[in-house]
Write a protein that binds this ligand. Structure first.
Ligand code: FAD
Length: 439
């Protein structure tokens, strides 16, 4: 083996974690190989189930796995990546309450920093819209829906009910459709607990730029999904995009507008902005890698997942999905080991297995190995496949248990506040305090 021994992985999503797991397997017996993973959160988020947190089907901790429990040999650095210097082979990371920095040197570097939400500079969206990318986003959306219901239920807010109870989701791809289906189910499921509100007060809108939702799937499945959502009360604005969201007013590209307090934006992604300052080949802002997942002109630097453009061998590139990131990670780890041992790398080749979307109410759509499913069986497949994919038995057990309990109980409409309880900051005499306590 060459002298290369320090491997640093930036990003603890699907790409980063699965690369670390595979490297651990390959270098299990080699003490001299040091693997470090840097991520800003100390957990791996299982994004395919994120909408179930927003819709109160699962508890927030059900779909996240602590990195410390996932990785055995890898050192975990919980902090933020601030800079990458490819010429000097260093990475600057910061952490702690005061954000102090460390400069880490590497022999092999893996870039797995994912993507961020992109609002295309549309007025008011970055400031006012909610997003659906992180665990915090899903909890925020759940809290927002419940706050709106609580406020609208009061008679004094009768005149505001229209905008309080209008929920707009922008984007008819997987994330948008699963989110709108989940929040529509949640809102209609808990509405009977609010005595002054009736189903006709609710307005759930999906804005989609195309003629059929879920354009990633066969159009028959997209049409099925669209019709099902409409039957359940979702208003779909086809061939229309959200163009602004300011002062509780949403405008659409078809010229229409509505009042709403809640817009969930799932209609755009951009490469992680940190990539801009990394000196290497890019393709529309993403790291351009060759078919071995190596960054061109930067020996020992690799990239995968949503932050990379990976050629698929047919003139295109692989889509940014967890399904692909996990497989890319295995090839990437193989190629790092090959590089360190002076062996030949192998190209990444993978045929998409299929895609599934949950539409709530025990229904879904799925396209697997060219076969199309819709309705109950697609929903059952969605649950089975993703339950098996969720890392660690403990989490799978918790999710299965919660799904089972879901059959017996109504959706939970408690808010998940993260504010601290009020405290008394000025000194108070003991007598006064005791008097208060018994009065
Ligand atoms: C709502 C939703 C649903 C989805 N559903 C599916 C699905 O059903 N099936 C599927 O295949 N795919 C799905 N995806 C896509 C899938 O989640 C992504 O393709 C996948 O997560 C990409 O993996 P990654 O490792 O490249 O990036 P990510 O998983 O985004 O990981 C990047 C990591 O880098 C960290 N990071 C970023 N910047 C820094 C920094 N400066 N310092 C430290 N850490 C940093 C982030 O915190 C994150 O942990 C879904 C995505 C979303 C948002």
């Amino acid at each position: 083996m060459s002298q290369s021994k320090k491997i640093i992985i930036l990003g603890g999503g699907f790409g980063g974690i699965y690369t670390a797991l595979e490297l651990e397997r390959r270098f299990r017996a080699e003490e001299s190989v040091e693997i470090t993973l840097v991520n800003q959160d100390n957990f791996l988020l299982f994004t395919p189930m994120l909408h179930e947190i927003a819709a109160s089907d699962l508890d927030p901790t059900d779909i996240v796995n602590p990195i410390h429990k996932l990785l055995k040999k890898t050192k975990f650095f919980c902090g933020s990546v601030d800079a990458v210097d490819i010429a000097k082979k260093t990475v600057t990371v910061s952490h702690g309450a005061e954000y102090h920095s460390h400069v880490l040197s590497y022999d092999q570097l893996v870039l797995a920093l994912g993507s961020v939400t992109h609002f295309f500079g549309l007025p008011g969206l970055a400031e006012n819209a909610l997003t659906m990318k992180s665990l915090g986003d899903a909890m925020h959306l759940r809290n927002q829906m419940i706050s709106m219901l609580e406020e609208a239920d009061f008679e004094c807010c009768k005149s505001l009910r229209g905008k309080l109870l209008t929920f707009v989701v922008a984007g008819g791809g997987f994330a948008g459709v699963e989110t709108v289906a989940a929040i529509n189910d949640f809102l209609r499921g808990v509405l009977p607990f609010y005595s002054n509100l009736k189903p006709s007060d609710l307005r759930v809108i999906l804005a989609h730029s195309g003629e059929v939702v879920l354009p990633e799937l066969d159009s028959t499945l997209g049409r099925y999904a669209g019709t099902l959502l409409q039957e359940r009360g979702v208003e779909i604005k086809f061939k229309s995009k959200v163009t602004s969201f300011e002062n509780h007013s949403v405008t659409f590209s078809d010229g229409s507008a509505c009042e709403a307090c809640t817009v969930v934006w799932t209609a755009g992604n951009a490469p992680n902005p940190l990539l801009q300052q990394i000196q290497c080949d890019k393709d529309r802002g993403r790291i351009a890698v060759d078919e071995n997942l190596a960054v061109r002109g930067a020996p020992g630097v690799w990239a995968l997942g949503d932050c990379a453009t990976i050629p698929d061998g047919n003139g295109g590139c692989y889509p940014p999905t967890a399904q692909h990131s996990i497989r890319e990670a295995v090839t990437l780890a193989h190629n790092i080991a090959a590089d360190m041992r002076g062996e030949k790398p192998r190209p990444f080749r993978f045929r998409t297995l299929g895609q599934l979307a949950s539409l709530g109410h025990r229904s879904g759509v799925a396209q697997i190995f060219g076969f199309r499913f819709s309705g109950f069986w697609a929903w059952w497949l969605w649950r089975t496949v993703y339950l098996m994919k969720l890392p660690r038995f403990e989490k799978r057990f918790r999710v299965a248990l919660n799904w089972t309990l879901d059959v017996l109980f109504a959706k939970d409409n408690v808010q998940l506040p993260v504010t601290r309880a009020s405290v008394l900051r000025v000194p108070m005499s003991i007598k006064h305090a005791q008097g208060d306590a018994v009065s």
